[in-house]
Design a protein around this ligand. Structure first.
Ligand SMILES: [Zn+2]
Length: 265
């Protein structure tokens, strides 16, 4: 199958969560950005997950227009998030082109790092988000209760539940805390009825789209690496779910991303 169908390409879209800093994509950054532009994915956040991922995210964001960096340590990499790493992260968060803190959160599925270590790293990221008034990008896997309780207690009200994969009730609980809900390729999966129901429950002005490339490749390309250009398949799937046009979804999610990350419409 041809990778893209230009006839279905909607308005400009903003991929709010992508990992061109990942080894699988980092070797060919200009090509992935070029392809994204060809398919009207004009803006993106390169999201960090560990020390090297953060360095690379900054490097890419500072080299290209309309590409931004979000920096943090994902739960599985919090074993390396010591005091020195936290200090370095704080310094990086104050640099040009940085628009958020993350990804951070809790992962009780892989459970590769003890939960108390994950929790303390998550709290530290939330404190940094608050201190620098940056939105936070949250990774939650099998940890809804703890993520919700810690987020609520932190007082942080600006951010994203990334690659949302819970129920409508869980989505709305986060929306009530002020969060945006970001949908990835998961929304295109046949079995993800719950996720599509969640999209129907969330107000349109709180919805974002992301690829999480190179992971979570949308249907019909599962099995190959994902890339930012494929965000249109998530837009199309949401449009169908919400009975809107792809252009309406691309426009709304792009404007939401602008408000949240760039402080403009
Ligand atoms: Zn990610």
């Amino acid at each position: 199958m041809a990778i893209y169908d230009l006839t279905k390409t909607p308005a400009d879209s903003y991929d709010t969560h992508t990992h061109l800093n990942d080894d699988k994509l980092f070797h060919d950054v200009p090509a992935y950005i070029g392809r994204a532009h060809e398919f009207r994915v004009m803006e993106m956040n390169i999201v960090g997950y560990d020390a090297q991922g953060n360095e690379r995210a900054l490097e890419i964001a500072q080299a290209y227009d309309n590409i931004y960096a979000v920096l943090g340590f994902q739960p599985e990499d919090t074993a390396e998030f010591d005091a020195a790493a936290a200090e370095k992260l704080e310094e990086q968060l104050q640099q040009q082109q940085v628009v958020g803190v993350g990804e951070t959160g809790l992962d009780y599925y892989w459970d590769t790092v003890p939960r108390d270590v994950q929790v303390s790293a998550f709290k530290k990221h939330l404190a940094l988000a608050k201190k620098y008034d940056l939105p936070v990008i949250i990774h939650n896997r099998d940890a809804f209760d703890d993520v919700y309780a810690i987020l609520k207690e932190s007082g942080v009200t600006k951010g994203v539940m990334h690659s949302f994969s819970g129920t409508p009730e869980q989505a709305m609980a986060f929306v009530e805390l002020g969060m945006h809900i970001s949908f990835s390729g998961v929304v295109t999966f046949k079995k993800a009825e719950d996720v599509r129901d969640a999209a129907k429950a969330v107000p349109l002005d709180r919805i974002l789209v992301e690829t999480d490339a190179p992971y979570l490749t949308p249907t019909p390309f599962r099995g190959r690496d994902n890339e930012p250009a494929l965000v249109k398949y998530i837009v199309d799937s949401l449009a169908e779910t919400l009975s809107l046009s792809a252009t309406e979804v691309a426009d709304a999610t792009r404007k939401n991303a602008h408000r949240l990350f760039l402080n403009h419409e």
